[in-house]
Design a protein around this ligand. Sequence first.
Ligand SMILES: Nc1ncnc2c1ncn2[C@@H]1O[C@H](COP(=O)(O)OP(=O)(O)OP(=O)(O)O)[C@@H](O)[C@H]1O
Length: 252
Amino acid sequence: MDSAVLELEGLCKAFGALKATDDVSLTLQPGEIHALIGPNGAGKTTLMAQISGAQAPDAGVIRFRGQDVTGLSVAQRARLGLGRSFQISSLIPEYSARRNVMLALQARQGHSYRFLWPVRHDRSLTGPARAILDRVGLGPRASVPAGVLAHGERRLLEIAIALALEPACFLLDEPMAGMGTEGVGRLVAFLRDLKQEAPILLVEHDMDAVFALADRVSVLVYGRIIATGTVGEIRANPEVRRAYLGDEEPAA
Ligand SMILES: Nc1ncnc2c1ncn2[C@@H]1O[C@H](COP(=O)(O)OP(=O)(O)OP(=O)(O)O)[C@@H](O)[C@H]1O
């Protein structure tokens, strides 16, 4: 295997007596989608927060492209190309989808993210912003304020903003949430394409989407990874089926 883009080693994070992540190790390899699944409260969000830098682990190491980034801030990690999809709360609701993407493009060029530069008519930003919105399927909605977009569309806008920042890997936290069947289908196709550009660590509850997309799956239960493997291996794993998937026969 090529050397890992992202490598987690022994990550631990406790809240009082509760071990939210307990000795978590995994890698994200070039060109792959590595899905992280697990029941509610398993520690997925806490793990993503440690990777992005929003939460400091109690123990363990995070390496990004070979560099130890464990002590770096969110902004320092983002500058290195460790990309987290922006949360809906970070979109500027009164700005159009296009302008939100333009701000991200501007941030990529070295300006601070929320610096209110008059970006609206900057042609070096409007063209690329439009191209990115077209890519995620939001082209026709480019001039709609972010706050007016439907929930699924806002999730696409988050991904558009992540794309604008040209990260070396994507951290996507439940991108399918709130999307209808058609939206999920389109996003599955899009992510399959996107992984060629940069590998994706994907937290997702939609198992059909996970099984359609993931090259590898890790299963987190009570803060511990109980199994990592291909979709076939994970679906056939008796411990995973007991703990998470429900102990029925795997679908053919
Ligand atoms: N700031 C916090 N303080 C105390 N406990 C926390 C905190 N953040 C998370 N927890 C607890 O840590 C455990 C893991 O939570 P986390 O949100 O990471 O799980 P999750 O797998 O993302 O769940 P979900 O799928 O529901 O989003 C839960 O028991 C949660 O209540």
